[in-house]
Design a protein around this ligand. Structure first.
Ligand code: PLP
Length: 383
């Protein structure tokens, strides 16, 4: 009976193998004693990764135009692992006020108590970030467009300032995916993706990735990932690998439908404002057009002033859009962010309630009809 690696070589499947392991076995005592020297790429225990995880890391690094990638069990874990790898007590951390919520909470409620000085900055600051950089500044966290409110950061300008001042940069690139924007090619040190979204694409798995070029940074993050116990299931890696096979087709189709739906929504009288940089009327449009190559599938809207019950009527009316968090999958989703949340945010883009939509692969006309009926229900409940 051949061992499994031999079987794997002889059995030519088009699908990647799912390698499960906590224990990895060694040929000799010497190899076991020196197992730590196998890092950052090799295998020594399940916590440092499996061949299935390495395959996914290699595919993602290639998509990002980067040399290295480290997986994490969720997009949130990828953000926190990067910060934990490089930020220490006494450091100053700059976080865009439009960054993903749990990154801001982690920074303000955990890191601040561990002696890190956390400062939120205006997402649209651009090269003006230079005025905020201090000798102790270690890392700048960027997201573009911003979570929920879609402010468009000037990524190359921030990267240029940070590089010149010896400060690291991490960008959450989930909205565009590397098909729309490649942060590493614009001078960013760490490109983070919530692979949960476009990469996996079917709303059934959590995964995150951190891509980079620098080998030293890679060694630090591999160690951080394994010290914090952040390994990923090989079955989940398989699902993301499968998702990547259709990534380009899904992004193209969802982008096209999103363009059509937002253009139609922009002409609806009950839609007061769309937060969506690909629209010419958006304040971030010029930056989006200069840097990004896809239209995404996620946007937000501010509806005409109305009591809370009108928003209930809007959401209750939806037939094709499911109500739920997350986005980027084949099923369209609708989410709601109350006014108090927006008004309470630093450098807030609005003090109004926000409706966020993720466009999936359903028929675009059916989605438009669904939104038309929801807007009619909204209007009826306003009166
Ligand atoms: C969803 C999301 C995350 C977090 O990803 P999870 O896998 O759900 O933890 C991070 N950043 C952005 C921009 C996201 O949309």
């Amino acid at each position: 009976m051949p061992s499994t690696p031999e079987m794997d070589r002889k059995f030519g499947s088009l699908s990647p193998a799912v390698w499960r392991a906590s224990t990895v076995v060694f040929d000799s005592l010497d190899e076991f004693v020196q197992r730590k020297q196998r890092q950052p790429d090799g295998f020594s225990y399940g916590i440092t990764g499996t061949p299935t995880a390495r395959l996914l890391e290699a595919r993602i690094a290639q998509l990002e135009g980067g040399r290295h990638c480290v997986l994490a069990p969720s997009g949130a874990a990828a953000l926190m692992t990067t910060v934990m790898g490089f930020v220490r007590g006494g450091d100053h951390l700059l976080v865009s006020a439009a960054c993903y919520g749990s990154l801001k909470t982690f920074a303000e409620h955990w890191l601040a108590r561990l002696g890190v000085e956390v400062e939120l900055y205006d997402p649209c600051i651009g090269a003006g970030i230079e005025a905020l950089i201090r000798p102790a500044t270690r890392l700048v966290c960027i997201e573009a467009p911003g979570t929920v409110t879609m402010e468009m950061a000037d990524v190359p300008a921030i990267a240029e300032v940070a590089r010149r001042r010896g400060v690291l940069t991490m960008m959450d690139n989930t909205w565009a995916s590397p098909l729309g924007f490649r942060p590493l090619e614009h001078g960013i040190d760490f490109s983070v993706e919530a692979a949960t979204k476009f990469f996996a694409g079917h709303s059934d798995v959590l995964m995150g990735s951190i891509s980079m070029n620098d080998a030293g940074h890679y060694a630090v993050l591999r160690e951080t990932q394994s010290i914090l116990g952040q390994q990923v299931s090989p079955d989940d890696c398989f699902l993301v690998l499968r998702g990547l096979e259709t990534l380009q087709l899904r992004v193209q189709a969802q982008s096209a439908a999103t363009q059509a739906i937002t253009q139609w929504l922009a002409g609806q009288p009950l839609v007061e404002r769309l937060l969506y940089p690909p629209l010419a009327s958006d304040p971030g449009h010029a930056r989006w057009k200069r840097d990004f190559r896809t239209h995404g599938c996620l946007f937000s809207m501010i509806l005409a002033p109305a009591p809370e019950q009108a928003f209930h009527a809007f959401f209750d009316s939806l037939q094709h859009f499911a109500i739920g968090a997350s986005w980027g999958g084949v099923h369209s989703l609708a989410a709601y962010y109350p006014a108090a949340l927006q008004a309470g945010r630093a450098f807030s883009a609005t003090d109004r309630p926000v409706v966020r939509l993720s466009i999936g692969l359903e028929d675009a006309q059916s989605l438009k009809d669904d939104l038309q009926a929801a807007l009619a229900a909204f209007q009826a409940a306003r009166n």
